[in-house]
Write a protein that binds this ligand. Structure first.
Ligand SMILES: C[S@@+](CC[C@H](N)C(=O)[O-])C[C@H]1O[C@@H](n2cnc3c(N)ncnc32)[C@H](O)[C@@H]1O
Length: 211
């Protein structure tokens, strides 16, 4: 089902200035404008590969500050809507949208040497579960965050950001490489974690961000 995002975004305080097009699950999963903008300002690196972009909420906001973003999702309808959203947001020329499986080595390898860092935002729910059922283990997101992390590191770069649900414990997250585990609060509610790896982390362990 395609819905106009105006109503759901107001409810979710996502902060978009125009109604994003997208299916209700993609709109529910989409990032906050403030949080996407923070990421682009913090990292300030020119070319990024975004894995699991859905209808482009993060992509469009980051593209306002960056030179180029390659954005991949395996859901064709979401990519079509992401394209329309980017057009409406006047950032289409900075983005290349790709329909594809981010677990496919051949797809990832295409970007080696071209991109400076990777942003990954897997579906927080296990395969076939409702999007509101958030995983407690890295292996239970879709695709599995642990496997995806290792694949990006092996094939592309160690400079990686993940957006993950707060249902995943710090112990579980610490099973990956040392990272900065940023607790992101929107209007004083803890909403999710940004994990920074490689050169993108400022320190090891927990940091907090209020937006
Ligand atoms: C949490 S949403 C991403 C939200 C997006 N970053 C935003 O800010 O709007 C997760 C997305 O991962 C996509 N996805 C799940 N498995 C995938 C895979 N193997 N390859 C590519 N995309 C995948 C889903 O289609 C979904 O759109």
């Amino acid at each position: 089902m395609n819905i106009d995002k105006t109503k759901s975004q107001k409810e979710n305080f996502k902060g978009f200035k125009f109604p994003l097009k997208g299916d209700i699950d993609a709109l529910y999963m989409s990032n906050y404008v403030l949080a996407a903008d923070y990421l682009a300002r913090r990292i300030n690196s020119e070319i990024c590969l975004e894995l699991c972009c859905a209808v482009g909420a993060t992509t469009i906001i980051m593209a306002q500050k960056m030179k180029k973003i390659f954005a991949i999702d395996n859901n064709q309808t979401r990519i079509k809507n992401a394209y329309l959203n980017a057009k409406k947001g006047n950032v289409l020329k900075k983005i290349e949208f790709i329909v594809g499986d981010v677990m496919d080595d051949h797809i990832l390898k295409r970007y080696k040497g071209e991109i400076k860092w990777v942003m990954a935002d897997p579906d927080w729910s296990p395969p076939k579960a409702n999007v509101r059922t958030h995983a407690h283990k890295l292996k239970d997101t879709t695709p599995p965050a642990d496997l995806l992390y290792n694949k990006i590191k092996k094939l592309l770069t160690s400079d990686i950001v993940f957006r993950l649900p707060i249902s995943i414990s710090i112990d579980e997250i610490s099973s990956l490489d040392p990272s900065e585990i940023q607790h992101v609060y929107i209007k004083n509610d803890l909403k999710f974690f940004y994990l920074y790896f490689g050169k993108l982390k400022r320190e090891n362990g927990i940091t907090k961000l209020w937006l």
